[in-house]
Design a protein around this ligand. Structure first.
Ligand code: ADP
Length: 275
């Protein structure tokens, strides 16, 4: 995989609103969101449970139509799953096909993308190497641990050479040690591939460790409470970064924002905090 094969893209969310209607009362999951994620940026989204994080990600992925506003990827309004976008979800167990080998799972979207067979083989090999599973291509997903399965899901997304990678709580179901390893994997892949990454998590430490920015959502109806810049440099390390005073400051600040969001705060001032 060469850097030139990936062209990252700017993602713009304009005046986005989503109200679920159906039986019963309508639920205004997202009131109004406006933000831009520059090409090649890694942005994390945190917020209280029920704040609409998954709803937002599904709108970004073109899987859910917004009730208002639009999502624009590389200057095109998204009206369905756009080409050049890959998604990694929490439930790795359900996202891999158990009757296909690891290599076949990674290859599948490439077939759909009509990538020629020789190139497919190359991309699968490179992606499995990138996630440190070079010798596991012939195994079946159920022969691997949870963390390894999630690596396969990441390999599948990376092999696709997406311009934008969306991740929805991808490490919520793995143990803490594996989680740290997978976080570092995401950072290193992002650094190498310069892909635009949107990472949803409920884990504040994870958001700060990974992100260049953290968007903190309010409670419903959802707006952005604060767009927090993370000034921790490009090189992150689990030990050093997490013990940095700026990391502690950011963690306290974002924690307080999320607590205030849970209590219904609609602005940083209302939360009684300064930026
Ligand atoms: P989060 O990911 O932040 O926990 P969600 O996006 O899953 O939040 O949900 C936001 C709100 O929208 C919640 O109140 C949830 O109950 C509601 N919601 C989610 N999906 C649907 C749906 N299909 N129909 C009705 N309400 C929904």
């Amino acid at each position: 995989m060469t850097d030139s094969t990936i062209t990252s893209a700017t993602l713009e969310v304009r005046d986005l609103g989503k109200t679920y209607t159906g039986r019963g009362e309508p639920v205004e999951a997202i009131q109004r969101l406006d933000f831009t994620i520059a090409a090649g940026e890694l942005v994390c989204i945190v917020g209280p449970s029920g704040a609409g994080k998954t709803t937002l990600l599904r709108c970004l992925a073109g899987l859910l139509a917004p009730s208002r506003g639009e999502v624009v990827l590389a200057d095109k309004v998204i009206s369905g799953p756009p080409p050049g976008l890959a998604v990694v979800l929490q439930e790795y167990g359900r996202s891999l096909f158990p009757w296909l080998t690891v290599a076949q799972n990674v290859e599948l979207p490439l077939k759909e993308k009509k990538v020629p067979a020789a190139r497919r083989k190359e991309l699968v090999r490179e992606a499995l190497e990138a996630v440190s599973l070079p010798d596991d291509g012939d195994k079946y997903p159920w022969q691997l641990s949870g963390g390894m399965q999630q690596r396969v899901a990441i390999a599948r997304a990376v092999a696709y050479e997406p311009a934008v990678l969306l991740m929805d709580e991808p490490f919520a179901a793995v143990d803490a040690q594996t989680r740290f390893e997978l976080e570092d994997l995401v950072r290193s892949l992002w650094e190498r591939l310069k892909v635009t990454v949107v990472f949803v998590t409920h884990d504040i430490d994870e958001a700060i460790y990974l992100g260049e920015r953290v968007l903190v959502l309010s409670g419903r109806p959802t707006i952005i409470l604060e767009d927090v810049k993370v000034d921790l440099g490009d090189h992150r390390s689990q030990l050093e970064t997490r013990s940095h005073p700026e990391f502690s400051r950011l963690r306290t600040h974002v924690y307080e924002l999320v607590q205030a969001a849970k209590k219904g705060a609609r602005s940083v001032a209302e939360a009684g905090l300064s930026h």
